[in-house]
Design a protein around this ligand. Structure first.
Ligand code: ARG
Length: 551
């Protein structure tokens, strides 16, 4: 609301004083609702600030303005509080999403590699990507969430060679990923002794690309078993995708890209391999190996074209760790040479740290990520049982709290920073945590319980008091925070906003009795806290965290 008032005032003044631009600010903890700094104008017009004030004041006729004061070189604007407050509350209660942008964005996230364990990096990608998907949808975009599974490449040649060398059949009915991963590790050990295995693996992958039935059957088995495990994880995290189009999906779509590169005269043969020269600043892009096998980059080019042609994507967002920076620079550069009309954005992120060291769930020794999440759910259950022994549906609640804690802990900091992974800290009911937000919402739920708001009794006059009005202004920042989160691809913007809202509510509630005898104040209060709860829940939702009615 305030943003449109601001914009109106600015445009109005600028149309009156053509050629002159005006700054309209929202002072942080100011005494005013809006302020126009006058020094610049005073200088430009060679007038003293007070005279500028008198002049500009005459031109301010916005009906939302109550009074205008001159203080310290600023023109300070105060809004009609009642009017503004009720408009903010009503607008938020009707809000579904920002205006339709009529534009499709593909978000590529999670994208784990089959036959390998789901890494901490993939968890970050999943959580950040899922939140971005929600944020873009709220911002009025059509979003297609794609899981670009790593299900193709020479490593499958290696796995198949290793598998076929086994003397005893492998029982993949339990812990398939662990066993397949061990197979892969074993292959590398054996290949140190016998380098011809590497050659075999490449030949097998080439045959796989050419459709060898027996190899395809094995590959499909590896893929299905891995997906089953990944699905478990997505189920716990409550994350879904519009499409599982992994690298193998593009097997029949790469020729087209190679032909296009060829027709543009961009291909070069270097030591038998097919490359695109990217100039001084970037290493050449490898399109085909000397044996004709395609590469990760080739598949990403085919994927990019497909996402444009099939989904009509104008923009593709890749939520992938910092270590693939070079890959995405190369992809962007080749796409530019091909003149693909798609914007590419690599949304990168930092590491997860456990006790000051990079957390890893790869390899046999460390814990499986799924077990870490189950541990969080377990700990959450202990905490809620202690707090509320009679709670029904404890398991459901524990799951929402435990998973929410992990998700919030990931999203609360700027994404390029490392994340500290301490179950103890993230599960606290105070401070900047998921449980704190869920708890704040539940607290409001308990106020609202068994009441029905009589909207006829709501009187905006109540909201003119400072203690209400500050919160009204904060509520009014919801939409601008969605826009900022989208512009920066930063779910942390929403996470921080939600925390400030919950804190403001809890401090309000510490000072103000909500349930009172006066029916006007009572109903105004109820409408007010209900709207706060609505926005806290909306934020939780955007972040991919469940809100609760009880905990
Ligand atoms: N599978 C890759 C990995 O785990 C991530 C894929 C990201 N998406 C893409 N289109 N390259 O490292």
């Amino acid at each position: 609301m305030i943003d449109s008032i601001k914009e109106n005032i600015k445009l109005n003044l600028e149309s009156k004083y053509s050629g002159q631009s005006f700054v309209v600010e929202s002072p942080k903890h100011g005494h005013a609702d809006l302020a126009i700094p006058l020094f610049g104008l005073a200088k430009a017009w060679k007038m003293n600030p007070k005279l500028v004030f008198d002049k500009v004041k005459e031109d301010l006729d916005d009906p939302s303005i109550e009074k205008i004061l001159f203080t310290n070189g600023f023109l300070n604007i105060f809004l009609h509080r009642n009017d503004y407050a009720i408009k903010v509350l009503n607008e938020l209660n009707e809000f579904k999403s920002l205006a339709d942008k009529n534009e499709t964005v593909v978000i590529d996230y999670s994208s784990p590699n089959i036959a390998k364990s789901f890494s901490v990096g993939h968890l970050r990608s999943t959580v950040i990507g899922n939140a971005l998907k929600n944020i873009y949808e709220k911002s009025g975009y059509k979003v297609v969430g794609v899981n670009h599974l790593g299900d193709w490449g020479t490593q499958f040649g290696k796995m198949i060679v290793a598998y076929n060398r086994l003397t005893k059949p492998l029982d993949l009915s339990k812990d398939p990923i662990k066993k397949l991963q061990a197979l892969y590790v074993g292959f590398h050990e054996d290949a140190k002794e016998d380098p011809s295995l590497e050659v075999q693996a490449r030949e097998v992958f080439k045959a796989l690309e050419n459709g060898n039935e027996a190899y395809l059957t094995l590959w499909k088995q590896f893929r299905d078993l891995s997906l089953e495990e990944f699905m478990n994880m997505y189920d716990i995290l409550n994350v879904s995708f519009d499409a599982y189009e992994g690298e193998a999906f593009y097997n029949d779509k790469m020729d087209e890209v190679v032909t296009a590169l060829d027709e543009k005269g961009l291909l070069k043969i270097d030591d038998g391999a097919t490359i695109v020269d990217l100039g001084e600043d970037l290493p050449p892009a490898l399109i085909k190996r000397s044996d004709g096998a395609t590469l990760y980059l080739t598949r990403d080019l085919a994927a990019l074209k497909y996402r444009h042609d099939h989904y009509g994507a104008k923009k593709v967002i890749y939520v992938v760790g910092n270590e693939q920076q070079l890959h995405f620079k190369q992809l962007t550069q080749v796409a530019k040479l091909l003149e693909y009309p798609v914007e590419i954005e690599h949304v990168n992120f930092g590491l997860v740290m456990l006790d000051g060291k990079k957390m890893s769930t790869r390899g046999g020794k460390t814990k499986r990520l799924e077990d870490v999440i189950l541990q969080a759910i377990n700990d959450a259950k202990d905490a809620i049982t202690e707090k509320n022994p009679s709670l029904s549906q404890k398991d459901e609640v524990a799951k929402a709290v435990g998973v929410g804690a992990i998700v919030f802990n990931d999203l609360k900091n700027e994404r390029h920073l490392n994340v500290d992974f301490s179950l103890e800290n993230m599960l606290k009911f105070e401070g900047q945590t998921g449980p704190y937000l869920q708890y704040s919402s539940v607290r409001i739920e308990s106020i609202l319980k068994d009441t029905k708001i009589d909207m006829d009794k709501v009187d905006a006059q109540v909201y003119a008091g400072d203690i209400y009005f500050e919160l009204i202004k904060l509520l009014d920042q919801f939409q601008s925070n969605i826009i900022r989160a989208k512009d920066l691809n930063a779910p942390s913007v929403i996470a921080k906003y939600a925390i400030s809202l919950a804190q403001a509510f809890n401090s309000f509630y510490g000072q103000q009795k909500v349930i009172v005898d006066d029916l006007t104040i009572l109903n105004s209060n109820l409408y007010f806290v209900k709207t706060i709860q609505l926005i806290i829940n909306e934020c939780l939702n955007l972040l991919g965290i469940k809100s609760l009615k009880e905990m």
